[in-house]
Design a protein around this ligand. Structure first.
Ligand SMILES: Cc1cc2nc3c(=O)[nH]c(=O)nc-3n(C[C@H](O)[C@H](O)[C@H](O)COP(=O)(O)OP(=O)(O)OC[C@H]3O[C@@H](n4cnc5c(N)ncnc54)[C@H](O)[C@@H]3O)c2cc1C
Length: 370
């Protein structure tokens, strides 16, 4: 009996000793192996030199120094927006990055900054516009349902109090922690025109199971403070005289609504058609406002089209897939420019159809809400 008891005591003491040694090893590893100490990030050949504590991703370390690289997926390595050129340091390209980098990009040192761990000095190149991206604190002034699954947010800016952006660009909204979800950053196109510098508006569609959109729909309340950063993106009207085709459905209307209102405010007279694809009448919104804009801008035509509207519902407008409707209105698109916004599936189908109608690929601009 005594033998059994001393055996149990001995095993227990042995396990405690092993646990302590393991804990000590972990502390030492963290102190001497995982602590990478101060590292330098050299930007654009010495234009800026940052000293950071190594160990985290390049994307988050730059953000901690108020340099915000576009990123739409919150650092998961799935949007490929956070590309930077790494000229020195940064380690090898990882498996998450590989599918997003062409052979040419790899040769030139392009990396996804969310996947680059800073464990020593690095030298990078980024576009100078990124230096003007700011982080904003704002207050939700209004949250307005547009359809059963789209809300419009109006956010007044508190600090800084004004934003400068080009119509069509997007900002990143930060959700707050809720239930088991950490705060995440997601990209949302600014739907208000650039003239309203003291606030921004967004149109946000609920993605079932999505972290940020569930927070927007279920937790975000009017009067609450929010954080965002921006502006980002290359989706904006090119300064040519070519006739314009806007094609967007659902919350894809956001940047188009900003561009259209900016066109009106600046007296832009380019021939413009906006094809708004939806399933049924219940999915349409801002129709009266767009019809009003059509009355005020003689060169603008608004064409809503429904793909799944029941027969005999009284709908007298266009019916069918948006690609077919555009094809009927613009059989020869060779002289036009197209601006597409929405889901990757819709955009890919439109690009295919527009190319078939003679539009050169380089005249098709888009923001995929991926
Ligand atoms: C440039 C740009 C502009 C955009 N503008 C707009 C806009 O104006 N309006 C708008 O509504 N949207 C816009 N988006 C899309 C937006 O950024 C978000 O992607 C979208 O709102 C979903 O975010 P979420 O956090 O709710 O979903 P997420 O949490 O990112 O989830 C998205 C989907 O993935 C699934 N998912 C999540 N995690 C996992 C996992 N671990 N494994 C498997 N599946 C998973 C979810 O169930 C869901 O179906 C834009 C995107 C880009 C890139």
């Amino acid at each position: 009996m005594n033998g059994i008891i001393s055996g149990v005591v001995f095993s227990t003491l042995f396990l405690i000793a092993c646990g302590s040694v393991l804990a000590l090893l972990l502390v030492l590893a963290e102190k001497f192996i995982l602590n990478f100490g101060p590292c330098t990030i050299d930007i654009n050949g010495g234009e800026k030199k940052l000293t950071v504590s190594g160990g985290a991703s390049l994307l988050s370390l730059l953000a901690s120094q108020n340099i915000f690289i576009p990123s739409a997926c919150g650092g998961r390595g799935s949007c490929a927006y956070c590309k930077v050129i790494v000229q020195a340091g940064g380690g090898e390209i990882g498996p998450v990055e590989e599918p997003y980098l062409s052979a040419e990009e790899r040769r030139g040192g392009t990396r996804l900054s969310c996947q680059v761990k800073v464990r020593g000095d690095v030298a990078i190149r980024i576009p100078r516009e990124y230096f003007s991206v700011r982080k904003y604190r704002g207050r939700l002034l209004a949250k307005k349902p547009m359809t059963r699954d789209i809300v419009e947010l109006r956010i007044g800016l508190l600090e800084p109090t004004e934003i400068e952006f080009t119509a069509g660009q997007y900002a990143q909204l930060e959700s707050r922690e809720y239930k088991s979800h950490e705060a995440v950053m997601r990209a949302y196109s600014i739907s208000s025109p650039p003239s309203g510098r003291t606030h921004v508006e967004f149109m946000i569609r609920l993605v079932p199971g999505g972290i940020c959109t569930t927070w927007v729909f279920e937790h975000l309340k009017e009067g609450q403070e929010v954080q965002l950063s921006g502006p980002y993106g290359e989706f904006h009207l090119r300064p040519t005289g070519a006739p314009i085709l806007f094609i967007a459905g659902g919350s894809g209307m956001a940047p188009i609504w900003s561009i259209l209102r900016h066109m009106k405010e600046t007296g832009n007279k380019r021939i413009t058609r906006y094809f708004f694809g939806a399933q049924t009448q219940a999915d349409l919104f801002l129709v009266e406002e767009l019809r009003q804009l059509q009355r005020e801008m003689p060169d603008f035509t608004f064409i809503p089209a429904l793909s799944n509207e029941p027969e005999g519902s009284g709908w007298t407008g266009e019916r069918g897939l948006i690609t077919d409707v555009v094809g009927r209105h613009v059989p020869d698109a060779s002289q036009h420019e197209a601006y597409l916004c929405g889901s990757p599936g819709m955009i890919n189908a439109c690009i295919k159809a527009l190319k078939k109608s003679g539009m050169p690929e380089e005249k098709i601009y888009f923001d995929k809400f991926a």
